[in-house]
Structure formats: structure tokens, C-alpha cells
Design a protein around this ligand. Structure first.
Ligand code: SF4
Ligand code: SF4
Ligand code: FES
Length: 259
């Protein structure tokens, strides 16, 4: 016989004028290898078909099941109940628009931030459909891939004190995304271009550096390192007119983006 788990789940349907935010209690017997994905589906199937939450891949890939689990943002499909106490509280991720109960709209937030930081390769090359794929050094390709693993789950944004206070803060996920373009030799943007996009208090200078983002990221992206690298790069860029060029280049010290 497994443990008896008690779930306290946030309930609220913002579009229903009769709905008010409240917590609802459910109990469930724990099974071996039970994840929160399994538990929530059992609750929905056997106890309350109106419970709203999001899942798609069940494998930590789609990023849709982020929620606050006992006060900490995480992926429900990747969380084993055996790693949690018998009492489990579940809330929707803050910062994002609440759709209902545990379901939030991360897509609109990520789409807006992607547009704001121009999250695509900027190149002057004409597109040639017949050209062979460009070769890239394996080591560099691995570095770029490492930063490209974000699944846009929103956990780092939900954990971020600045993002919770300011709607216009782009969060560690966007700064990590910029870092990915910064090291990509196919992207022609200069440090001055990156400075324009992230060099204010909506970007790197709004970050308080307490690293909750790094701590909760389920994909273990190196957010701490990238925040430091990008802050250093735009800080040097901000004193471009004062520093001698050779010193600025030496400090910037990175690949082809040292115009
Ligand atoms: S380190 Fe910066 S981006 Fe990360 S959670 Fe703290 S304020 Fe937010
Ligand atoms: S950086 Fe990590 S926590 Fe943030 S959205 Fe991407 S995968 Fe999720
Ligand atoms: S369901 Fe896809 S990451 Fe959890």
C-alpha cells in the first residue's frame, strides 16, 4: 500500500464570473514511479473532470507542464511524487496569463520576447537554396546547441524576482537566447546591436543576480554563466567611446562579434 498523498490545488477560471480563486484538496494513493503527470490525470479521470492543466510530451521536451510545485517552479511530468512529501501544493506559474487552474499561456510571452530580442540569425548573405549546408566547427556547434536546449517552459521566468515585479523584463531565457546568437558566426550582429537589444534594465541590467532562474531550470541551461558573459559584453560596449579600441577588443574577447 502506497502513501496517501494530499494535493492542494489552485482552482480559478478567470473567464467565469462565478469563479473565485481558492485551493481544493484531493487525496490519492501513491503508486510506484508515479509522476505528477500521472497523479493529475488520475485526479481528473476519477475525481474532477473540470481540473485544467497542460501536458503534451510527458518527457520534459515540450515545456507545457510547468507549474509551482510546493513553492518551486518545475515540470510536472518530470517530478516523481516519491521526491515530494505527502502534502503537495500546486499553483500555476506566476508572471504568465492564467488560462484556468494550473494552465497558463507561456506561448504569447515567449513569442513577444522573441520578437523583442529579434531571435533569429541576422545575416547579410543572400539565401541560395542550392548551396550546401555551411560547415561549422564541432566544438562551436556543441556550444551553440548547449544554449539552444531551452524548452520555453517558463520556470526560470516564474522564479525570477525581477520578472515578477516588472512586466517588461525579458528574463534569463531571453538573455541566454541572445548569448546563443552572440557566439554564432553566421549572425552578423555587432556588440553594439546586442547592446541595443538587451543593454538596459529590461535586459541584463534589470537582473538582480540571485540566480533563482539557474536554480530551477529543468534543462540545466548554464543561465548563470550566460548572464555574466552578456552583462560583461554590454557593459564593455557601453564604455566603447572611453576605452581604447585594443583594450575593448581584448576585454570583449569573443569570436567574430568584435567589430
Ligand atoms: S539572476 Fe536575474 S534573471 Fe535570474 S532569477 Fe535572478 S533576477 Fe531573474
Ligand atoms: S531557460 Fe530553462 S527554465 Fe527557462 S524557459 Fe528555458 S528550459 Fe525553462
Ligand atoms: S509534458 Fe512536455 S515537458 Fe512536461
Amino acid at each position: 500500500m502506497g502513501r496517501k498523498l494530499t494535493f492542494e490545488i489552485f482552482r480559478y477560471q478567470p473567464l467565469d464570473p462565478h469563479s473565485t480563486p481558492h485551493m481544493q484538496t484531493f487525496t490519492l494513493e501513491e503508486h510506484p514511479s508515479m509522476t505528477l503527470f500521472i497523479a493529475l490525470n488520475m485526479i481528473r479521470e476519477k475525481q474532477d473532470p473540470t481540473l485544467q492543466f497542460d501536458f503534451c510530451c510527458r518527457a520534459g521536451i515540450c515545456g507545457s507542464c510547468g507549474m509551482v510545485i510546493n513553492g518551486r517552479p518545475g515540470l510536472a511530468c518530470h517530478t516523481q511524487t516519491s521526491d515530494l512529501p505527502e502534502y503537495i501544493s500546486l499553483h500555476p506559474l506566476p508572471v504568465f496569463k492564467l488560462l484556468g487552474d494550473l494552465s497558463v499561456d507561456t506561448g504569447t510571452w515567449f513569442r513577444n520576447v522573441g520578437k523583442r530580442i529579434e531571435s533569429w540569425i541576422h545575416t547579410n548573405k543572400e539565401f541560395d537554396p542550392k548551396a550546401q549546408e555551411e560547415r561549422m566547427d564541432n566544438e562551436l556547434a556543441t556550444k551553440i546547441f548547449e544554449l539552444d536546449r531551452c524548452i520555453e517552459c517558463g520556470c526560470c521566468v516564474a522564479a525570477c524576482g525581477t520578472a515578477r515585479m516588472r512586466e517588461d523584463f525579458m528574463g534569463a531565457t531571453a538573455i541566454n537566447r541572445m548569448a546563443r546568437f552572440y557566439i554564432d558566426p553566421r549572425d552578423n550582429r555587432t556588440p553594439a546591436d546586442f547592446y541595443e537589444l538587451i543593454g538596459d534594465d529590461r535586459g541584463v541590467f534589470g537582473c538582480m543576480g540571485l540566480l533563482a532562474c539557474d536554480n530551477v531550470c529543468p534543462k540545466k541551461l548554464p543561465l548563470h554563466d550566460q548572464l555574466g558573459i552578456m552583462r560583461r559584453m554590454v557593459s564593455i560596449e557601453s564604455v566603447r567611446g572611453i576605452l581604447p579600441e585594443f583594450l575593448r577588443k581584448k576585454l570583449q574577447g569573443c569570436s567574430s562579434h568584435t567589430s
